[in-house]
Write a protein that binds this ligand. Structure first.
Ligand SMILES: Cc1cc2nc3c(=O)[nH]c(=O)nc-3n(C[C@H](O)[C@H](O)[C@H](O)COP(=O)(O)OP(=O)(O)OC[C@H]3O[C@@H](n4cnc5c(N)ncnc54)[C@H](O)[C@@H]3O)c2cc1C
Length: 298
């Protein structure tokens, strides 16, 4: 029986396990190895690691974690978690069963992109969701924002800080009169023609429209709809919350879910995330789970 099972061994999961390892608690981290930013060649905005590859950050973090003798790492996918406080079980797709007194879910999210041919192939290279992560590298070149919901107005206004912006409404969003005024004031062009395809084009991206025209951009932003990457939290009965971005696992200030002894951290437990937030939430979940072992819920 481990003190804590951590499902998901990326930024949030490793940060959680590190706190527990440093408290000399026994931890098993089970990780399927599909970090959300695996499509990007560099990660930005993370202190001391700005511009490093996501793979390098993950490998170094994992190596440092595994220097602690009370941590076991299992490469694998958890198909199911069952049980309750002091007696959780995680079953992997290979049939291994791991037991733990507390459970931390750090399983990330699944990104659902609009169905535009070519879009998913360029995800993380020329198509992004977060301007803070990838806007600077576009070097003030022409930027597109592809609408996927009513949030497109807000997204386009924010993204326009990084370069001249065109909002492609793509039949998903129609700005009202007030929004049109703001878009005009900020110099944001609005393109109502639907996209038929996006394609890699030299250093940038070509956006092809249903009217036969084509526009070249340095990069395209789109707000993917996100939801927990696996159904474990829902299976356990944790509250799932809705946001304009999608759904995520609800937690309190120590990252504990509505199910006692089950904590959740990182993208899976917030409306919008990044590496820094995931590490912060993970550290909080790790210390939260540790304190819950010391001071068990009544
Ligand atoms: C294209 C792209 C580029 C990005 N660039 C940046 C950037 O430059 N800077 C930045 O700060 N943020 C960036 N982000 C956001 C960043 O990737 C996420 O915020 C971060 O990865 C969240 O970390 P996490 O640990 O919560 O989840 P993840 O990193 O997604 O990790 C979840 C882990 O859990 C595992 N897992 C899931 N289900 C199971 C299961 N059932 N059993 C076992 N393991 C499981 C997964 O395989 C994965 O290893 C980017 C995101 C995208 C999509």
């Amino acid at each position: 029986m481990y003190d804590v099972l951590v499902v998901g061994g990326s930024y949030a999961g490793i940060a959680a396990a590190l706190q527990l390892a440093r408290a000399r608690r026994t931890v098993a981290v089970i990780d399927a190895g599909s970090r959300r930013n695996r499509f990007a060649s560099a990660a930005h905005g993370f202190l001391s690691r700005d511009g490093h590859t996501p793979d390098l950050i993950a490998r170094q973090s994992r190596r440092q974690l595994l220097a602690y003798p009370s941590v076991d790492w299992i490469d694998g996918t958890v198909s199911r978690c069952t049980g309750a406080l002091d007696a959780f079980e995680a079953t992997t797709t290979r049939g291994e069963v791991l037991k733990g007194r507390r459970l931390i879910l750090a399983t990330g999210v699944a990104d659902q992109l609009p169905d535009v041919p070519g879009l998913s192939q360029l995800w993380g290279r020329k198509v992004f969701h977060c301007p803070y992560c990838h806007g600077y590298e576009l070097d003030r070149g022409a930027i597109g924002v592809l609408a996927s919901s009513d949030m497109a107005f807000h997204h386009a206004v924010v993204v326009s800080e990084w370069g001249p912006t065109t909002l492609f409404t793509n039949g998903m969003f129609q700005p009202d009169a007030e929004q049109q005024d703001v878009l005009r004031e900020r110099g944001i062009a609005v393109e109502p023609a639907r996209l038929t395809r996006v394609a890699d084009k030299g250093a940038g991206i070509a956006v092809e429209l249903e009217n036969g025209s084509s526009t070249e951009l340095a990069g395209l932003f789109v707000q993917a709809r996100t939801s927990p990457a696996c159904p474990i939290a829902e299976q356990l009965g944790c509250n799932i919350e809705e946001s304009p971005m999608g759904t995520h696992v609800g937690t309190n200030g120590t990252q504990e879910t509505s199910v006692p002894g089950v904590f959740a951290a990182g993208d899976t437990a917030r409306a919008a995330g990044n590496l820094t937030f995931a590490v912060s939430d993970g550290a909080m979940a790790g210390t939260g789970a540790h304190r819950s072992l010391i001071f068990p819920p009544a």
